[in-house]
Design a protein around this ligand. Structure first.
Ligand code: ATP
Ligand code: ZN
Length: 291
């Protein structure tokens, strides 16, 4: 009895056994696979830092984190960072905290601006595997807050045939969205006018010069949760991952949509990958497999 009780306590105090229960309950086939996954989180601000923490607590194998900014007192209305982090780079502060939470996760931090010419190349090569041509990451999560950075992530992911997920919070802080982007298969970030958010407001037009954006830890936390939930489903193959999932906090509305790729996309590489995908679908092998 005593021994049984002790081993039960050991199991209960092991955070991993609670995650493995997903397997026993038939939700996930092999939860342990999470340890073999590599995820890149680009931008560790209000959404990215929380997403990185969730992945760390879920036991992801390797995290690559990117940001160029420092932690400021103005960031304290968000989650994750603490006043004692002020002045540190977000990447250093995040790596330190994440490794304290779960030392089994390999955290690589990249303090860089991904949109400069040099940054673009450094970002792309950081994702490359030992063969120097294909990606070593399983998923890229975009948690940046501007159009240029999203265009950079879109381009790098098209070049590497890398599946990624985009996230965004509206400037009025009461809406957000996530989107799944699979090169050649789904819309790329340039296929449709940017960020058709649930509110119908284009975030780019909303960004007013000199006007401070609103920010809520609630909306950012919810969007980070939606993003990592979609990432877990994608990485471990359970449930369905919507192409687009919105969140409108004023109406408690979570719209989903299919976003089809556009044959007239301004990004020529996207068009090329769409044509290759179409050719694959129509190949004799694919037809035979479907029959
Ligand atoms: P705010 O703009 O409201 O002051 P923020 O800059 O922290 O806040 P968030 O939405 O919380 O914005 O997070 C976005 C994160 O993405 C920031 O930490 C920002 O530094 C990072 N980021 C944006 N663009 C780039 C880029 N080109 N390269 C690297 N990191 C970027
Ligand atoms: Zn496109």
């Amino acid at each position: 009895g005593k021994i049984d009780k002790m081993s039960a306590e050991v199991v209960d105090s092991n955070p991993y056994s609670r995650l493995m229960a997903l397997q026993r309950m038939g939700i996930v086939e092999n939860y342990e696979r999470i340890r073999t996954k590599t995820v890149a989180v680009v931008g560790v601000g209000g959404v990215g830092s929380v997403a990185a923490e969730m992945l760390t607590r879920c036991g992801v194998g390797r995290l690559l984190i990117y940001d160029y900014d420092k932690v400021e007192l103005a960031n304290m209305n968000r989650l994750f960072f603490r006043p004692e982090h002020c002045g540190m780079t977000k990447t250093d502060a995040a790596r330190k905290t994440l490794q304290e939470i779960n030392p089994d996760v390999e955290v690589e931090s990249y303090t860089m601006n991904i949109t400069t010419l040099q940054g673009f190349d450094a970002f792309k090569s950081s994702l490359l595997g030992p063969d120097g041509v294909s990606s070593r990451v399983d998923l890229v999560l975009s948690c940046v807050d501007n159009y240029e950075a999203r265009i950079t992530i879109n381009q790098v992911c098209l070049e590497l045939h890398q599946t990624w997920m985009e996230s965004g919070v509206s400037e009025d802080a009461v809406a957000g969205h996530i989107q799944l982007l699979v090169p050649g298969l789904t819309a790329c970030f340039q296929c449709v006018p940017p960020l058709v958010v649930a509110s119908g407001i284009d975030e780019r037009t909303l960004k007013r010069e000199g006007v401070c954006a609103a920010s809520l830890p609630t909306t950012m936390g919810i969007v980070a949760g939606m993003l990592v939930q979609a990432a877990l489903k994608h990485l471990l193959g359970f449930g369905t991952v919507s192409k687009y999932l919105g969140y409108n906090s004023l109406k408690d509305f979570f719209p989903t949509m299919e976003i089809k790729p556009s044959a007239a996309c301004v990004n020529s590489l996207c068009c090329k990958l769409q044509q290759e995908e179409e050719a694959r679908r129509n190949s004799p092998e694919a037809r035979a497999a479907r029959a």
